[in-house]
Design a protein around this ligand. Sequence first.
Ligand code: CTP
Length: 444
Amino acid sequence: MKKVITYGTFDLFHEGHYRLLQRAKALGDYLIVGVTTERYDKARGKLNVVDSLMTRIENVRKSGFADEIIIEETIGQKISDIKKYDVDIFTVGSDWVGKFDYIGEYCEVVYLERTKDISSTQLRHEAHRVQQIGIIGTGRLPARFVKESKFVSGASILGVYNPNKEHAAEFAKRNELKQYETLEELYEAVDIVHIASPHSTHYAYAKDALEHGKHVICEKPMTLRKAETAELYKLAREKNCVLIEDIKTAYCPGFDSLINVARSGIIGQIKYVDACFTRIADKNTRELIDVKTGGSFTEMASTLLLPIMKLMGTEYEDVRFDCIHNEQGLDIFTKATISYERGFASATCGLGVKAEGRLMIAGTEGYIVAEAPWWKTTYFEVRFEDASRVEKYTERFLGDGFRYTISDMVNRINGVTTSTMQLTKEESEAISNMIEQFLGQEER
Ligand code: CTP
């Protein structure tokens, strides 16, 4: 019996898929089809897949050509499948010519002519209008945001607004974008507003954008006060808009995996989370000059508090801040100790003091460690009392991470995913609450 194997995402099952499977089956007697998991697609940068794994499997099954369907979860899986199922022929479409020649060592490789003028990408574009994004702010972040947006299908950046017209013009020119003279002009042109202006302006811009019925990706921290953040989420709900606080870590596959592993019970009950993130900043940067809202805690707390809120909860009992200040009175190093009924957590950040950036989650049966840059999670270990027992996890983190946030926004607008698991409203509000408490203590 001649066994054939092929792999694909088979999203929005189309004629090209049907014809590929038909010809693959005709190459032998028994066809095995590997369908990619959501996680695998996300990890290899295929964002915005519309159909669920179950739907994609069901569509492959309904084609009637597959004798067996398996799932493809990891990058090196093909060779082991070929050995495991004793496969004679590996086949894929001609868009992959040359890419799988290495498999020729294990079985015959056949590239089948791809069906012209149809693809899942094309169908996704037809089904969902490309979402146009406008940016408010022209600093370092938006430049990275523009680059990253090119990796997300279904979204495109149109232009930029900054009340400082000179900055806006320069940014627009450098990034080949339109410059909007007024916010009204921007709202008229776009579906999504990315707010990347100074912290203290987030609330007013986000409120205005939501009132105009625009979806909002707001840089962290969303606002500096709990009531303001809560108000924005309420407004978003009323206006049927998606509101996202852009804590990139929250949207990347590695961090998602880390949280899931931590919550699985493998380290027992979680009692302590210790998160640290420092960056020596130039003394002249906004973060170390802006006496009202600058400093390390307002700048970095969102990322640090993310794993803490996710694992210890948003209902903390108390928080204590220990800080080191610069001459302007801005904190260049802060440690927040947060107490919970079942344990405690610490969040340490610095813009003027360097420390080991690490995330450690301690449980009653073991602990998890992710070294710097854990906020772009690619690797973590689960360790136990028996030091020889170590479980290692790796994930990819593509580019700058913005692509994960943008993709989440697009998927939520298109109704592909409605979940807000990555960062819930409650988590976002609790983070704002703690920043408010911090600024209250600072008496700026
Ligand atoms: N395929 C094909 N003809 C097409 C589209 C896909 O023969 N017009 C083949 C691919 O070469 C692959 C299989 O179908 O062997 C599954 O491809 P998949 O990546 O799931 O489909 P695409 O439509 O190419 O998806 P995307 O646009 O997301 O890349």
